[in-house]
Ligand binder design. Structure first.
Ligand code: HEC
Length: 157
C-alpha cells in the first residue's frame, strides 16, 4: 500500500472508450480521487457558476437534490430528509470533498442512497450501448460545487 492512494478512475473511462462508440464515451471526464476522500482538481477549465448550480440542484430531472436534502431554497415547497440538511455545508467541507460527494458518494460509503452523479457504469453494462452517460455533466458538477461552497450559514432562516 502506498501512503497516498490515488485511484485513477480515468483508467476506467479510457477502457470504456475502447469498447464503446466515441460519442457515448465522451460523457464522463477524467478525475482522480486522492486519499479516498477528495477530488481536489476541478473537472472543467471553466470555473463553476453558483447561480447555475442552484438551478441544477433544484431541477427534478438533474440534481434533484431537494428530494433528499433540506437546502436554503425557500421557493421550493418539498425538501426531503433522507440525507442531512445542507445548510452550512460549504463551511464543513472543502471544494474537493464536496466534488467527490457529488461525483461518486459510493466511493465514501458503498451503501449510500445518494446517486453517483458523474460516474461511469460498471464495465459489464457498457455493452448495452448507452450506460456511459452521467446524470450531471462535468460543468454541472462544478456549478453545484460552487453553489454548495456559498452555503456558509448553518441557520435555517
Ligand atoms: C436519493 C437521495 C439523495 C439525493 C437525490 C441526493 N443526496 Fe446527497 N446525500 C444523501 C444521503 C443519504 C447522504 C448521507 C451520506 C451518505 O449516505 O452517502 C448525502 C450526503 C450528501 C452530502 C454530505 C453532507 C454532510 O453533511 O455530510 C452532500 C454535500 C450532498 N449529499 C449533496 C447532494 C447534492 C448537491 C445533491 C444533488 C446533486 C444530492 N446530494 C442528492 C442522499 C441523497
Amino acid at each position: 500500500m502506498v501512503r497516498h492512494r490515488t485511484i485513477l478512475l480515468a483508467a476506467a473511462a479510457l477502457g470504456l472508450a475502447a469498447a464503446a462508440p466515441p460519442a457515448q464515451a465522451a460523457g464522463v471526464v477524467e478525475y482522480a480521487v486522492v486519499d479516498g476522500y477528495t477530488i481536489p482538481e476541478p473537472l472543467t477549465e471553466t470555473p463553476g457558476d453558483p447561480v447555475m448550480g442552484r438551478k441544477w440542484a433544484i431541477n427534478r430531472k438533474l440534481g434533484n437534490c431537494l428530494s433528499c436534502h433540506q437546502m436554503p431554497i425557500p421557493e421550493e415547497q418539498f425538501h426531503g430528509e433522507t440525507g442531512p440538511a445542507l445548510y452550512g455545508v460549504g463551511d464543513v467541507y472543502s471544494e474537493g470533498e464536496l466534488r467527490l460527494r457529488i461525483v461518486d458518494p459510493k466511493a465514501l460509503n458503498p451503501y449510500s442512497m445518494m446517486p453517483s452523479f458523474h460516474k461511469v457504469a460498471g464495465l459489464n453494462r457498457v455493452l448495452d450501448g448507452f450506460e456511459n452517460k452521467p446524470i450531471l455533466n462535468a460543468q454541472q458538477i462544478e456549478d453545484i460545487v460552487a453553489y454548495l461552497m456559498t452555503l456558509k450559514d448553518t441557520s435555517r432562516n
